[in-house]
Design a binder for this molecule. Structure first.
Ligand SMILES: *[C@@H]1O[C@H](CO)[C@@H](O)[C@H](O)[C@H]1NC(C)=O
Ligand SMILES: *[C@@H]1O[C@H](CO)[C@@H](O)[C@H](O)[C@H]1NC(C)=O
Ligand SMILES: *[C@@H]1O[C@H](CO)[C@@H](O)[C@H](O)[C@H]1NC(C)=O
Ligand SMILES: *[C@@H]1O[C@H](CO)[C@@H](O)[C@H](O)[C@H]1NC(C)=O
Ligand SMILES: *[C@@H]1O[C@H](CO)[C@@H](O)[C@H](O)[C@H]1NC(C)=O
Length: 275
């Protein structure tokens, strides 16, 4: 008995060690790439009001959120909308995941984000938005699909100012423009049947001795025209925020972009381009 159990232990140990080693490697490369799912920001939409504890509204809200985790929901497309009732008293939940976090990863992010909004950040608010690295979740009394949101947004610049040898404003704009052109033309391979632009792009470009890394993404509900409008609006709206910064994230529920002097998206992920 003894020997057989130690044999099986040894047999089991070997693959565990192998797994642990590859996990270690993964963890290392992931952390060096800054592939985290950090909480970034949230906003409670005060204008949409609050609901009462114990109300039907609260029950329906909780049910809707529960439906994300009971397995019936499919996060394959990486964005979506679920709702109950009619405007202006709808309970609508819209989410958008980063394209390299579609599927179960998207689900995890959306479920975590929803419960964070509901329980901690904006309890009982009918409208709220929360931003993470990998997903954005919006609660609203209205169906916001396909609309450009000009109200709820923020700019997160890097702490570091530009150094003398940094990449110029013009060159940083070029990378973002190049990414946007791809985002609105590359066809989404994940969505079968309909040919639709992926509305996402990530990549890098060399300027002199330095590499610049960037990403742009629009909500899956926006048209190509809407995507371009949203991107252009926010690029200009926040130019004083990012003009003198080594890195920035500009976020809204309908589109967002980011650039850094370090890689933050796996270059082997889909729709990644080295210009
Ligand atoms: C990860 O991000 C931090 C800023 O949040 C940056 O200082 C650091 O250099 C990054 N890591 C790598 C390997 O680029
Ligand atoms: C869940 O939310 C918390 C708090 O905002 C955050 O720190 C954590 O990274 C999130 N976890 C996942 C898996 O998204
Ligand atoms: C960056 O520059 C601004 C003004 O140009 C200055 O106020 C700020 O202190 C600088 N920040 C750092 C970290 O040097
Ligand atoms: C990148 O953008 C610049 C300026 O808008 C343009 O001249 C260049 O052709 C673009 N390159 C690619 C690969 O899209
Ligand atoms: C943009 O980068 C290129 C190198 O790729 C460099 O030759 C050019 O001077 C830069 N433009 C500006 C305005 O800094």
């Amino acid at each position: 008995m003894h020997s057989s159990s130690s044999v099986s232990k040894r047999l089991v140990l070997v693959p565990i060690l192998v797994v642990a080693a590859t996990q270690l490697l993964l963890v290392n490369s992931v952390s060096s790439l800054n592939l985290t799912n950090a909480y970034l920001h949230h906003k409670c939409l005060v204008n949409e009001g609050q609901y009462k504890p114990g109300s039907q509204y609260e029950k329906a809200f909780n049910e809707l959120i529960k439906s994300f985790s009971d397995g019936s929901y499919n996060f394959h497309d990486g964005w979506g909308f679920t709702a109950m009732g009619k405007e202006p008293d709808m309970i609508a939940i819209t989410y958008q995941c980063r394209v390299d976090s579609r599927g179960p990863k998207c689900g995890t992010c959306v479920i975590n984000a929803s419960s964070e909004l509901l329980r901690k950040r904006c309890p009982r608010y009918r409208g709220a938005v929360i931003w993470y690295d990998q997903c954005i979740v919006e609660f609203s009394r209205f169906n916001t699909i396909g609309q450009i949101n000009y109200d709820d947004n923020f700019c997160m610049p890097s702490v570091k100012n530009l150094s003398d040898d940094s990449i110029s404003f013009e060159n940083r704009s070029i990378l973002l423009d190049n990414l946007t052109s791809l985002a609105i033309t590359k066809i989404d391979k994940n969505i079968k049947g309909v040919k639709t632009p992926v509305r996402y792009a990530a990549g890098e470009k060399r300027f002199g001795k330095k590499n610049l890394y960037g990403m742009v993404q629009c909500s899956g509900g926006l048209t190509v025209k809407g995507c371009l409008e949203c991107y252009t609006y926010y690029l200009i709206h926040y130019q004083d925020c990012w003009r003198n910064k080594q890195g920035v994230r500009v976020l809204s529920p309908s589109c967002n972009f980011r650039y850094e002097l370090y890689p933050f998206i796996n270059p082997r992920s889909p729709y990644y381009t080295k210009f």
